[in-house]
Ligand binder design. Sequence first.
Ligand code: SF4
Ligand code: SF4
Length: 195
Amino acid sequence: MRFTKEGDNFKENLREKVEKISNVNLSSCYQCGKCSAGCPMAESMDITPNQIMRLLNLGDFDTVFNCKAIWDCISCEICTTRCPRELDPAAVMDALRILSKAKGYKGSRNSVEKFNKIFLYCVQMFGRLYEPGLVGGFNMYNVTPFKDVFDLAPAMFFKGKLKPWNFPHIEDIEEVKVMIEKCNKYAEEERTQKK
Ligand code: SF4
Ligand code: SF4
């Protein structure tokens, strides 16, 4: 088992932070595995949700914060719904992403954060998701501007699934913009406090 180089205080600190942000008492997990059994992303994860709970209880934060699984989690909350201890593993995943990013762990996936930002930007611009904008923006960010352009996109276009000219429009778009601006501001304040 690997421990953090900063020592025991740092570990205690991290455990407290995970529990505080997620509002989950980690030691209540009795490793039944129901969260992992229902998780739609478990197959692609390098560590399953119940293993993450176990590693947190063992204090192996290096493994948890550097794993791929916390970035594969899609926040569907199936794990939370299934947990017989009424714990909230989905909130634990959220807390781990926040702390992994804040503490500069190498496992942090900038692409996931970027995807979320572009997604929110589209909603802010149009009031709801504009898929071509999301895909185009994400491809540009990853410096793969032609990804899916010659294979997937034509197939979708001819099936009528892709209509780039069809910009979504909703009433009261200004309200959505204000709402997202407020959420961003609140999230920034929260982030600063949690560091
Ligand atoms: S379902 Fe709940 S109690 Fe069971 S392993 Fe997952 S977090 Fe722990
Ligand atoms: S919230 Fe994340 S960990 Fe939980 S079931 Fe969904 S993908 Fe899996």
